[in-house]
Design a protein around this ligand. Sequence first.
Ligand SMILES: O=C(O)C1=C[C@@H](OP(=O)(O)O)[C@@H](O)[C@H](O)C1
Ligand SMILES: C=C(OP(=O)(O)O)C(=O)O
Length: 423
Amino acid sequence: MTTTDKLTMHPVTAPLKGRVSPPGSKSITNRALLLAGLARGTSRLTGALKSDDTRYMAEALRAMGVTVEEPDATTFVVTGTGELKAPAAPLFLGNAGTATRFLTAAVASVDGTVVVDGDEHMRKRPIGPLVVALRSLGIAADAPTGCPPVTVKGNGHFGTGRVEIDANLSSQYVSALLMAAPLAPKGANRPVTIALSGAEIGARGYVDLTLDAMRAFGARVEQLDAANWKVEPTGYTATDFHIEPDASAATYLWGAEVLTGGAIDIGTPAAAFTQPDARAHAVISAFPHMPAVIDGSQMQDAIPTIAVLAAFNETPVRFVGISNLRVKECDRIRALSTGLNNIRAGLATEEGDDLLVASDPGLAGQHLPAEIDTFADHRIAMSFALAGLKIDGITILDPACVGKTYPQYWDALASLGVGFDRS
Ligand SMILES: O=C(O)C1=C[C@@H](OP(=O)(O)O)[C@@H](O)[C@H](O)C1
Ligand SMILES: C=C(OP(=O)(O)O)C(=O)O
């Protein structure tokens, strides 16, 4: 599809029925790309996501001497030498949080200086706690604004010993340290211990994805207790690896199904996903009787989907445990309240970091023209598209921002019979 500035949805006239498979998981693809790039030898990654976020990771690895081939639309063939080389220019990672955080730690293993940078949105997303943790290991890292760009002066290996990390703002800091930890100095026989400091981590399920991917690439990592992990200095071993579909992408299809009373076969049962957002399936399946209070802490990326559905629920919904939605691609609590109130004043209220969504099943079928500012955030675009399935007049601004994780999103909706005008 060509890039357009606006997309106005046509409400559906019949339940949505058909088969649409979500693309590969962004989280798992970017973990597998990195670990394959750090390994010596060739790894074949199948079922992978090809989108802005994974392209940035692949390009960064290429810039550091890794061969990344793309034989088809869902496969990466990655050949590494067992070490990353210093890139000739700063690594530009757009607004890909995973690529930015994971590489910030991994480039400590480069022998030379690496600048990790992103776009204007990424330059507002905090990375200070990760930089502090790297410095405590003796790695020269600097991020003067507390956000990218980060300059890392690597000395050819990661550190050893114990490192503390405050992961309250992002679980990606823990994943970043875990994945870099096997890259200890040659001959090191001491493990790295990663210890949580501060408040409880956001979405623990992402750390579990990290451990699974690390073990698949030969790492020896042990969770000692809820706050401590021990990682042996093994490096990584190339392997073939299959990536499951993206659970966050699946939430839009589950949402479209319940909102229209349809039947959309996404090809993967909800219980088969290992990603945290699969938890959203149970909540979405309860629509239009979703609970009065929903804790988003363990399924953060699904909250925009559920918040838009909540407007059509039988009863209001309060979202709690979502404070770090304020530091995602945009301030998602603000973007959701702005968009919902734009559809109808009073639909959403922010109370501190809670979001209250007033419900009105009678919204369906109404003509309520609203231009939804997506703040360049794929999840805001994809979730408000659901409102446009039931309300006449919903226009999504900058619809191409879905390219961050689901470039085929609009085509997928069209394949189910959804209509829209582009302008
Ligand atoms: O580790 C990951 O793959 C991710 C962790 C989450 O971010 P935070 O850890 O910053 O909450 C999530 O929102 C993001 O889309 C992907
Ligand atoms: C928060 C997200 O992405 P990231 O942190 O990887 O940029 C997301 O995809 O919703």
